[in-house]
Design a protein around this ligand. Structure first.
Ligand SMILES: [Zn+2]
Length: 170
């Protein structure tokens, strides 16, 4: 978390190792700045990503306040094994009411993983986190819906982009 713009509340990530401690810092940030309506997270390159809540045993976890609108930007070139920790980390640290990102022209692997995880969570009784007192986001998700739309950039209104939004009920 080398660069942090409070006014815009956006993170551009230059750290190449992102783990559960990093997501804990993000959760603390979100908790302190909950008046910020929108938060942008920009993951510019492939990162080493892990998310293991067990590593936080014994650490006080701040309550989450949630972000109204989380905008996510990431490249589609992560290894598939990185998407699950990314989904887990982002939802656990931000508890967004809405998450928006560009769908892109190629198959968006992150979106696929996110949808799978959400559907699975909705359909199954969650038996994860049984052995630890720190619970993941799955235990709080009540419902979600998705919406696809065409977005334009303020500075380049002629460029149209396929976008997707998720609305979450926690
Ligand atoms: Zn869990």
């Amino acid at each position: 978390m080398n660069t942090l713009h409070l006014q815009k509340t956006s993170f551009r990530l230059y750290s190449f190792k992102i783990d559960v401690s990093w997501f804990l810092k993000l959760r603390e940030f979100v908790g302190k700045h909950s008046h910020n309506e929108a938060l942008s997270l920009h993951f510019p390159a492939s990162l080493k990503l892990t998310f293991n809540l067990g590593e936080l045993r014994g650490i006080l976890i701040p309550p989450v306040r949630g972000v109204k609108h989380l905008k996510l930007k990431l490249l589609n070139d992560y290894s598939p094994s990185a998407f699950e920790p990314l989904v887990d980390g982002i939802l656990w640290s931000c508890y967004p009411e809405m998450l928006t990102m560009e769908l892109g022209t190629k198959k968006n692997k992150f979106i696929e993983v996110l949808k799978d995880e959400l559907q699975h969570t909705k359909n199954e009784k969650n038996s994860c986190c049984e052995s630890t007192d720190i619970k993941c986001w799955r235990h709080d998700l009540k419902d979600f819906e998705t919406e696809q739309f065409i977005g334009t950039k303020k500075r380049k209104p002629q460029v149209q982009r396929k976008m997707i939004s998720f609305r979450f009920k926690w």
